[in-house]
Design a protein around this ligand. Structure first.
Ligand SMILES: C[S@@+](CC[C@H](N)C(=O)[O-])C[C@H]1O[C@@H](n2cnc3c(N)ncnc32)[C@H](O)[C@@H]1O
Length: 361
């Protein structure tokens, strides 16, 4: 389905309130759009994406198939006057330098500076609302002078006259079938004299368990998985449902993992090769999709989750289409899905902004 074709009725009702349709549909500029997880949530909430940008080919392909046009250029090459007018700017700027799994080069890494591109566009277009999403590591990344990057981002937005709210959210508290901690920054232009209040966690339910997620009808597309490496494939059968690499007998470990097993205290007892059980909520799906650092092994079959399974853990609907014709397509799909904001969480934030900002403007 092309989500551009969805009806744009902005009225919706939840248990406690009716959210009214704003006179004008809020126009969204999306930067670092990826395959469109964040954008899909805003679109489902009734916003209109007027511009999206990402320079990654896999992301562009999936975005075009499901959401519409996307500018494929490097953001650094796009002039301010090329962006359309907008009411809201949303951006999950690249997170690798901040990821706890990464090298933590932070703002010394070129990718760590890309939030400045968002500030440049905000300064030029003056959206009423700004939404940034990032990994939890961004809360502790330091600038070269020892100050915290998150404080710099807050101060920069405040200098541009925004009221800034920052919170670490767990996606599973908002209906997503995955424990995924991400930082959200929501800023309202201070001339409207409002501050965003983050929504309270919701009650978890059965549909968020691994068992519910992997129960997929045969006709749903993209049920293709990326083969495990021969080394992983030899270890995975030893791991019990709900277990981890600790189930693998010492003699079956490669040298590198033996070294860690020999001195677990020194390596702080890492929990590699986590295999979540059917009654549990899965851990974070990452872009690398490696069993060593993310819970990507099926609970009872000795394989990686399929593209559709990881898409479901990220709360993409089954009619959101991915590509799986070649092995490089397949690897690319795990990357773009793992990089995405879960659309369900994005929609919760988008609905809340619609209610708090546009219904009370
Ligand atoms: C964390 S992902 C964003 C995911 C997206 N928010 C979603 O929900 O699907 C960051 C994206 O930034 C893109 N990116 C990184 N540097 C870029 C640049 N210089 N210009 C354009 N896009 C860039 C990457 O290709 C990647 O898709």
């Amino acid at each position: 389905m092309n989500y551009n074709q969805l009806s744009m009725d902005l009225f919706f009702e939840d248990k406690t309130r009716i959210v009214r349709k704003p006179q004008n549909t809020p126009r969204v500029i999306s930067l670092f759009s990826g395959c469109g997880g964040l954008d899909l949530g805003f679109k489902q909430s009734g916003y209109k994406i007027v511009y999206a940008n990402d320079f990654d080919k896999d992301a562009q392909r999936v975005y075009r198939e499901n959401l519409g046009e996307i500018d494929d250029r490097d953001i650094l090459t796009i002039d301010n006057d090329e962006f359309p007018e907008c009411d809201i700017l949303i951006a999950g700027f690249p997170c690798q330098p901040f990821s706890t799994a990464g090298s933590r080069l932070g703002v010394d890494d070129e990718r760590g500076n890309l939030y400045l591109e968002c500030l440049r566009v905000i300064n030029a277009k003056r959206p009423k609302v700004v939404v940034f999403e990032n990994v939890r590591g961004i809360l502790s990344v330091k600038n070269q002078d020892g100050s915290k990057l998150i404080d710099t981002i807050r101060e920069s937005l405040e200098e541009l006259n925004y009221n800034v709210e920052i919170k670490l959210l767990n996606a599973s508290d908002y209906g997503v079938p995955q424990n995924r901690y991400r930082v959200f920054i929501v800023a309202f232009d201070s001339k409207y004299d409002k501050r965003f209040v983050f929504p309270s966690p919701m009650r978890k339910n059965e549909s968020q368990t691994v068992g519910a997620v992997i129960n997929i009808p045969e006709e749903v597309p993209n049920q293709v998985s990326w083969d495990l490496s021969p080394q992983s494939a030899s270890m995975v059968p030893f791991i019990t449902e709900g277990g981890s690499w600790k189930d693998i007998p010492y003699e079956h470990l490669p040298k590198r993992l033996k070294k860690i097993r020999d001195n677990m205290k020194k390596y702080r007892s890492p929990n590699f090769y986590r295999r979540f059980a059917r009654h549990e909520i899965n851990g974070t799906i990452t872009a690398s999709a490696q069993p060593e650092n993310c819970g990507i092994i099926h609970p009872i079959e000795n394989r990686r989750y399929t593209i559709r399974e990881v898409a479901r853990f990220q709360s993409f609907p089954d009619d959101f289409i991915f590509f799986d014709d070649t092995s490089s397509d397949i690897v690319g799909m795990y990357k773009v899905i793992g990089n995405a904001v879960p659309p369900k969480l994005a929609k919760v934030i988008a609905d809340e902004i619609l209610y708090q900002f546009w219904n009370h403007i």
